[in-house]
Design a protein around this ligand. Structure first.
Ligand SMILES: C[S@@+](CC[C@H](N)C(=O)[O-])C[C@H]1O[C@@H](n2cnc3c(N)ncnc32)[C@H](O)[C@@H]1O
Length: 244
């Protein structure tokens, strides 16, 4: 898509007001004019997703499991499964934004995946027909879910006893983070939440501690990434995999 696609995305992110009376309407209002350009821009913005998938797939066997990608958007993460996708019983891509799920549905159709389904639903309440699931992922969706604690609690309830949760997302440290965790300076902790809030993205200092409290950590990495078009700024993100 290149330069003009980037301009369309940046215009929608920076200038176009997000409208809607409900969270679902606001999500669709934000995404509907950038759904087609979404994947290319986010590939450069949302780092660590492939790494999360690789780790989720290698930590434990994935064959014959049920996997839910919460806030899965256009379903671009489905490509990170590689050939492994054929061995998974069922993959759900759950999202509130119908415009992004349309892209996901086309992708599923074009790829011929018969075991993948989209669900236009809320990650804090959606229950698949199977009831319990083995793996749940959130890639850059937790920061867009106002009741993120409800989303984590709901994921915990949906997971089978040995189930795994995998998250990759932006975050900021607490002023006094846990021992061995990275500490971000005042400027980062103050600037980034204000910047991202404009797009209804809420990087939090509480996601990481809450995930560590709720799940047994199997992997936790703290990283930073440059933003497209703003190469002088680095935004912190983390990868967390935990077991129920
Ligand atoms: C930044 S996008 C990330 C999309 C995708 N996971 C990816 O990595 O490209 C955040 C996604 O979360 C979805 N979302 C926000 N709140 C949600 C909720 N309560 N339930 C389901 N999806 C939600 C948005 O519609 C959007 O698709």
């Amino acid at each position: 898509m290149g330069f003009f696609g980037d301009i369309r995305v940046i215009y929608n992110m920076v200038f176009r007001p997000v409208r809607g009376n409900s969270h679902a309407q606001r999500m669709d209002s934000f995404y509907k004019n950038q759904a087609k350009d979404y994947d290319d821009f986010r590939r450069r913005l949302l780092k660590g997703r492939e790494s999360l998938w690789q780790n989720m797939l290698t930590i434990e066997p994935y064959q014959n499991t049920i996997w839910m990608d919460m806030g899965g958007g256009t379903g671009s993460n489905l490509h990170f499964f590689g050939d492994a996708i054929d061995d998974i019983s069922k993959v759900y891509v759950v999202d509130l934004a119908g415009s992004l799920l349309e892209v996901a549905d086309n992708r599923i159709h074009d790829s011929g995946w018969k075991n993948v389904e989209t669900a236009e639903a809320d990650a804090t309440t959606f229950v698949p027909q199977e009831g319990a699931v083995d793996n749940i992922t959130f890639s850059y969706s937790l920061t867009m879910i106002p009741d993120w604690f409800a989303a984590i609690d709901h994921a915990w309830e949906l997971l089978k006893p040995d189930g795994k949760i995998g998250i990759v997302d932006f975050y900021l440290s607490r002023k006094f983070p846990a021992k061995n965790h990275v500490k971000h300076n005042w400027l980062k902790r103050t600037f980034w939440p204000a910047w991202f809030a404009y797009d209804n993205v809420f990087p939090s200092h509480d996601h990481v501690p809450y995930l560590h409290k709720k799940f047994k950590p199997l992997l936790f990495e703290e990283r930073q990434t440059k933003l497209p078009w703003f190469p002088f700024f680095k935004m912190p993100y983390y990868i967390f995999i935990g077991k129920k």
